[in-house]
Ligand binder design. Structure first.
Ligand SMILES: *Cc1c(COP(=O)(O)O)cnc(C)c1O
Length: 217
């Protein structure tokens, strides 16, 4: 699918769900994709991308920004504290804040650098051992903790388990965000972004549907 077809599907779903189409932004997830494909999407005018790894993003986006001007790139994958500084210099948002140690590191670096990307807390809505994210029952406390550090917390993110109905996870994420007064919801990927829009996503993260299957070879 082209990026404009995906945008059209987001718009249609927004209308069906009585939401303003511009209230959901499309993050084109460019991790592991051949650079020609990424360039083509930048050339088409898209300016919001997602990456999973600091190193990979650092090797890709500075040159593209040099050539095309401002491009927003969001970090979606787990962040090690020793890469936090580099991440804060590279990304406009971090969707994967998932532990107190990372939050305190970000707070220290925010004071040092004088700025901080928008932050999302990742919630492990599926209670999966192999997945990052804060446990559901710890979410409210961790949200309060991040706010107490004066960090620019804007919303929540989740990745539903592969074999479960995603809309239940999206609805749960929305509920946690609502009761904590958080306005941004990062949820929905290639297979389920329409369902995420229906449940109130303000960011959908779509990779393979935009760029084609990833080749990890
Ligand atoms: C890779 C990835 C995506 C995009 O996945 P697709 O299924 O290719 O759309 C979205 N979010 C996160 C956190 C990812 O790691």
């Amino acid at each position: 699918m082209s990026i404009s077809e995906i945008q059209t599907r987001i718009t249609s779903q927004s209308k069906r769900s009585n939401r303003a189409p511009e209230s959901t932004r499309l993050i084109a997830v460019s991790k592991v994709q051949p650079i020609e494909r990424v360039r083509a999407v930048v050339e088409s005018g898209h300016r919001l991308f997602g990456e999973n790894k600091v190193q990979e993003a650092a090797g890709k986006w500075p040159a593209l920004r040099e050539e095309f001007g401002d491009i927003d790139v969001h970090l979606l994958g787990p962040l090690q504290t020793n890469k936090a500084r580099q991440a804060m210099e590279l990304f406009q948002a971090i969707h994967s804040v998932d532990r107190p140690k990372l939050a305190t590191t970000l707070a220290r670096l925010k004071d040092e650098l004088g700025h901080c990307p928008d932050l999302f807390i990742q919630i492990n809505t599926g209670r999966e051992d192999q997945k990052a994210g804060i446990a559901i029952e710890d979410a409210d406390d961790f949200i309060a903790e991040v706010r107490a550090l004066n960090l620019p917390l804007v919303g929540l993110m989740c990745i539903p388990p592969a074999n479960e109905e995603p809309s239940l996870h999206f609805a749960l994420l929305r509920k946690i965000a609502q009761r904590n007064d958080l306005s941004e919801l990062s949820m929905g990927m290639s297979g389920d972004f329409e369902s995420a829009v229906a449940q109130g996503a303000t960011y959908v993260r779509v990779g393979s549907a935009v760029f084609g299957e990833r080749d990890y070879g």
